[in-house]
Design a binder for this molecule. Structure first.
Ligand code: GRG
Length: 291
């Protein structure tokens, strides 16, 4: 199967499992509707795809990693809903449609984010109860750390407390490593954990660290030269909000060069994984993406 078809197949697999997980929840209708509004708004599903791709490359079973992968997508979606709130980035569009709070109001949007975060852990705990296997505890721990104050939330704090500041390269990298990088790292690491290939964790860590930086640089570049229709969100928000980015620090050309360099470094590590074809194609796809 060619790369595009495999990517779409994996996206469908994730969407189908997410549909199932959200099909029969006994909760007020409005909160489920708000959670599903953002969850099924057309995200690329990169993080769960990474978990599945690493797991499969290391001969793990897709069905073992699927619920963990879906939980990561729930956490990612919660972070986007909260990031878009007026108290944070104050965005009107995300994933090609109005942001959650624009449709449901701030209170329900906050609760929809909280609901997704809780449901992610409920889903992972459910797998742990069913499987009674240390791998699933290790995977959930990895995700909890990556999305908490030492990871994504910490990065968001550095971000919002530095609006308007000129920060140096190290601070910029530290912010992005936490805000975007840690969840991408965890997505890859859980693939190795669920495949029971702990011996590959050093490699998945190095692969995903470099991939995460490249991913963020491309995100910064797209905020300057991307097309709103393809991106599904407002372009130019970083500059408007005085956000320090790779482009403000290095300019466009150097940022493009850096994105290529980090992707190449990621590929060096991807090459050390057994059946690495899809991961390599995915790394290149993320570098050259338009959304
Ligand atoms: C609110 C705790 C909290 C954290 C927010 C992730 C995040 C932290 C903020 C999002 C802001 C942002 C645009 C960061 C850049 C990298 C990023 C996460 C891009 C969006 O991810 P994609 O491209 O989006 O995977 P889709 O919609 O395809 O899932």
């Amino acid at each position: 199967m060619d790369f595009k078809k495999t990517l779409e197949y994996k996206q469908r697999l994730i969407n189908k499992r997410l549909e199932d997980l959200f099909s029969n929840i006994d909760a007020p209708q409005i909160i489920i509707e708000a959670m599903k509004y953002s969850l099924f708004a057309g995200g690329k599903r990169i993080r769960p795809i990474l978990s599945i791709a690493v797991c499969e490359a290391l001969n793990g079973r897709t069905e073992d990693v699927l619920d963990i992968a879906c939980s990561i997508e729930m956490i990612h979606t919660y972070s986007l809903i909260h990031d878009d709130l007026p108290a944070m980035d104050n965005d009107d569009y995300r994933r090609g449609r109005l942001t959650n709070h624009k449709v449901y109001g701030d209170a329900i949007a906050i609760l929809a984010g909280d609901g997704l975060l809780n449901y992610a852990f409920e889903t992972m705990l459910n797998v742990m109860k069913r499987k009674n296997d240390k791998r699933f505890v290790d995977a959930a721990f990895e995700i909890a750390k990556a999305s908490g104050v030492t990871g994504m939330i910490g990065g968001q704090v550095i971000d919002i407390t530095n609006v308007g500041n000129i920060i140096d390269e190290n601070s910029l990298i530290s912010m992005h490593e936490r805000k975007t990088g840690k969840l991408i790292e965890a997505s890859c690491n859980v693939g190795a954990i669920i495949a029971n290939r702990y011996d590959f964790l050093e490699i998945t860590k190095e692969y995903s660290k470099n991939l995460g930086i490249a991913f963020q640089i491309v995100d910064d570049i797209l905020d300057v030269i991307g097309e709103e229709e393809k991106l599904g969100k407002t372009v130019g928000k970083d500059a408007k909000n005085n956000k320090p980015t790779y482009v403000t620090l290095y300019g466009l050309e150097k940022s493009q060069e850096l994105a290529r360099e980090y992707s190449l470094k990621a590929l060096e590590f991807a090459n050390k994984i057994d059946n690495t074809g899809f991961l390599q194609d995915l790394t290149n796809y993320l570098l050259n993406r338009e959304s």
